[in-house]
Design a protein around this ligand. Sequence first.
Ligand code: NOJ
Length: 520
Amino acid sequence: MIVKRVCTLIILVTARYTNGENNGSFPDTFLFGVAISSYQSEGAWNVDGKSESIWDAFTHKNPSPIKGGHNGDVACDSYHRYKEDIALAAGLGLDFYRFSISWSRVLPTGYDNEVNEIGLQYYKNFVAEIRKYDMIPVATIYHWDLPNNLVSIGWDNLKMVDLFVNYSRVVIKNLPDVGVWLTINEPKQICHSGYGDTLLAPAKNSSGLAEYMCAYVVLKAHAETYHMYKEEFNNYTAKMSIVIDCQWYEPLTSSAADKEAAERFINFECGIYAHPIYIGDWPIDLKFRIYERSLMENYNKSRLPELTLEEINYIQGTADFFALNTYFTYMVNDVPEGDPNITSFQNDVRIEKTYVKGAQLGANGFPVVPWGVYKMLKYIKNAYNDPVILITEMGFSEYGLTLEDDLRILFFMDYFNATLEAMFQDGVQVIGISAWSLLDNFEWVDGYSAHFGFYYIDFTDPNLTRIPKKSVEFFKKLVEKKSLPILENYQNSGADNKIFNSIVNNLLGIFIIFYILFIQ
Ligand code: NOJ
């Protein structure tokens, strides 16, 4: 166990694989894991002292905002079956297990004056169980399930900073065997979909306003937790980061406007969090654009809170590595200025997105584009000072209730290959990947209709039996050999697509010029 801990530490410090060949093999030190979160899998929503979270409240609304009226009251019942689940993960031969902690299970009022010892004990047992199999527990402190008692404060209020730091202190102190800490999962989803829209709880629907305040508060909460951790727990060796979701946006045409639009969109979703942490301050195009648009809408200052020099310095550098969730890619083009009477994220970002031609869609609509992952990884290397990257999530939601999940297998082949390309061809420092997800689970607004798991669960069956899909054997083999298996009839549609696309685009360009010059 100690050997593995030391290895993780070394790996997290450096991981460069330049000048190698991508022959489908991962470096020996590469780490594989699976990821899952508390609300999506635990169930036991009101058991053993746990209070209601914003997701309990959201899914219990009438009419339900969730497909099929589903909720996470029972979910995979992992609260009672965590030993079975961790054994399944160990059976895959994994190096780490990524899970999240439910704030309202540990601190039912949301405040740290009243600790629910049973809830805390659950996570102590959970971490010990992962360690039992010599896997590294990778803990996300916050994966969207805010105690409902705090909803009237919320992530668009600076009071949340202290509350989050205090909650984090309790879990960090009590779970010393956690191997990697992730403060907050996908801030873009929390702020954009939860505060700027109605897609996720608490569905505040304050587009272009509360969502930027939320981004500011989340960054401050993360940064203060990081500093608290480094100061108060300096005997701990676990590294800490924040999980940022970055998707690749490819310019639709080679026009400067479309190129800027694609870059702008990446900055509005990913750079808004990554830039302050890895470089310092908001991305310049984001700052300028929201300022410009705010004045156009008659606000007397930018709707994006300004970061003072002190805040910029405080937030900058608060991550030991880059924790990346990445799933899909779209084509993006610039669009004309929107109605100045309407404040919205869309009017700020001013883009339109379309599908990449021929992209396979997952059951929840995520388009599968392997070369987008390759470009995303390269972009992070170049934009954020070549950080060590842990891919904390990538995954595919299979159609229907099939156990023959060939599309998922192809997805992993292609996305892993694209990752290897970035590592070997471009020296991107990727040290590991966790696949989303171990089990089919509660997929937020899609309820139980999207199946991301290696293990199938029939949520109408009270036994909630975990049934292995075909991808279990595939993944197990891959993890064991640390290399992509040879699959019959498999055609690599991975990173090489970019070469194909560029040939096609160039040929098309040449043809158009030829047509204009000589044929027209
Ligand atoms: C990212 C989120 O972290 C996770 O909760 C979600 O289930 C997956 N994306 C799939 O949509």
